[in-house]
Write a protein that binds this ligand. Structure first.
Ligand code: ARG
Length: 470
């Protein structure tokens, strides 16, 4: 028995049924389907389509169906094409032919779009909570490492010293944008398709405002044709999840790199690393590699969903049934990964000495240029002079820190000082060697957003109040 038997002489072919069915994945919408149907039965009664008694019997039947799902007692039947048919079939078994009145003025088209939106509204807190959990870990690690020094990189080449706290927090803010994006999405998810029928609207006097309110939507969708096919919220959600994936992949790649013997900045705890079946010495960062790899999958889910939507003719097309799988997969992927990453970060060992040792004096070259700027030399000139110093030091096989004062002063006898504007003795003084203390370097980065401990403390305060405020 199918929903459209009246029109057909033959049953759907067996393989075609399998292809057509979505129950395998949309059974996840069971509670939302029941909830939407209960609200619909009540709305039909308010519209005078069902009697009070009929509506009551339908609603208690639906509640029983919902309970069966909750307790894991719901038995799927081979003929259940999707969650909507399954719920209605079971309702019929429980309350008899009255169940046939529930679908009055409604279509699976407005029903599925409603269920899916309800699911997203209800699931968002879990995803947002998982992001928040990881953010809290990053803040905690930042607090513990306020003055831990590490080399900062651009182009993956040693650039300037930073604090480890600053680095942890850099990932906090990316995740904060992700969380804000998901929260912003709510206003576009919380628009109710129910009462739009198959495409043209419902033929019964349903109070859609009241219905929307009852189901927790912000408003009823203003156009039935748009409402039936609008899956922007799913695409947007998948963009959000792809972006989270991208952010996690950056964090993960850093961890993979920093746990190598070559870097040795961090060591993962045993509980969050894996071994090799062949090489006994191996300790692998599989979980972080997976986090990095999943970003590719998440991006693919977005690309696939958007491609499915492209060029669809107006209103419902069966292609839209493809919308749920990527959304569920992205949701499950991220709610699984993020708590694992958080624990793995919390339990890893941080090797302060290795990080400090990786800060070479060359990384203070910019500070040296700033030193010259404070002596009145234009930055471009200063940059050039320090560049010369780096070259001279390299030729002598010395670090900038070991280059004698005379050698620095000699730099000013060259063409960069052709007009003898500056006295070498006044420009390069003995205090220049203080520049090579990385703590000095970070302490100068004191403006908002900089890496000085003072500035990072303010950042932590802000991050904490953001975490507390919600
Ligand atoms: N299982 C379908 C889906 O997920 C429900 C809507 C079916 N509507 C239809 N006219 N065939 O999209």
């Amino acid at each position: 028995m199918s929903l459209w038997d009246g029109r057909f002489r033959e049953n759907l072919d067996g393989n075609a049924f399998v292809l057509n069915a979505s129950i395998a994945f949309d059974k996840r919408l069971a509670q939302q389907d029941v909830k939407g149907s209960i609200a619909w039965a009540a709305a039909l009664a308010r519209a005078g389509v069902l009697t009070k008694d009929e509506s009551k019997r339908i609603i208690s039947g639906l509640e029983a169906v919902g309970l069966e799902f909750k307790k894991g007692l719901f038995a799927l039947s081979a003929s259940d094409e999707d969650i909507h048919t399954a719920v209605e079939r079971r309702l019929g078994e429980l309350i008899g032919s009255l169940s046939g009145k529930l679908h009055t003025g409604r279509s699976r088209n407005d029903q599925v779009a409603t269920d899916f939106r309800l699911w997203m509204m209800e699931s968002q807190p879990e995803l947002i909570g998982a992001i928040k959990g990881l953010q809290a870990t990053l803040v905690m690690l930042a607090e513990d490492n306020l003055s831990t020094l590490m080399p900062g990189y651009t182009h993956l080449q040693r650039a300037q010293p930073v604090t480890l706290a600053h680095w942890f927090l850099s990932h906090f803010w990316a995740l904060q944008r992700d969380r804000e994006r998901l929260a912003d999405l709510h206003q576009r998810v919380a628009i109710m398709p129910l009462g739009c029928g198959a495409l043209a609207g419902t033929g019964f006097p349903i109070d859609r405002q009241a219905l929307a309110k009852e189901l927790g939507f912000e408003a009823p969708a203003p156009n039935s044709m748009d409402a039936i096919s609008d899956r922007d919220f799913a695409a947007e959600f998948l963009f959000c999840t792809a972006m989270i994936g991208v952010h996690l992949s950056k964090l993960a790649e850093n961890i993979v790199l920093f746990t190598t013997a070559e870097f040795g900045f961090f060591e993962l705890s045993d509980a969050y690393s894996t071994g090799s079946s062949l090489m006994p010495q191996k300790k692998n960062p599989d979980l972080f590699e997976l986090a990095r790899g999943k970003a590719g999958t998440l991006i693919g889910l977005l690309a696939g969903a958007v491609a499915t939507l492209k060029g669809l003719p107006s209103t419902y097309d069966k292609d839209l049934q493809e919308d749920k799988v990527p959304v569920f997969q992205a949701f499950d992927t991220l709610t699984t990964i993020m708590p694992v990453l958080a624990r793995a970060l919390e339990t890893m060992t941080i090797n302060d000495e290795r990080m400090l040792a990786a800060i070479d004096p060359g990384m203070m070259a910019t500070d040296l240029a700033d030193y010259l700027v404070r002596k009145g030399i234009p930055f471009r000139e200063a940059h050039n002079l320090v560049g010369n110093a780096v070259r001279v030091a390299a030729e002598k096989d010395l670090s900038l820190k070991d280059l004698p004062l005379d050698a620095y002063r000699l730099l000013l006898t060259g063409e960069s000082n052709s007009e003898k504007e500056w006295q070498a003795e006044d420009v390069f003084e003995a205090d220049l060697y203080q520049i090579f203390d990385p703590i000095k370097s970070i302490e100068t980065k004191n403006a908002i957003g900089g890496t000085s401990p003072q500035s990072v403390k303010k950042q932590i305060k802000r991050a904490k109040s953001i975490l507390k405020g919600e």
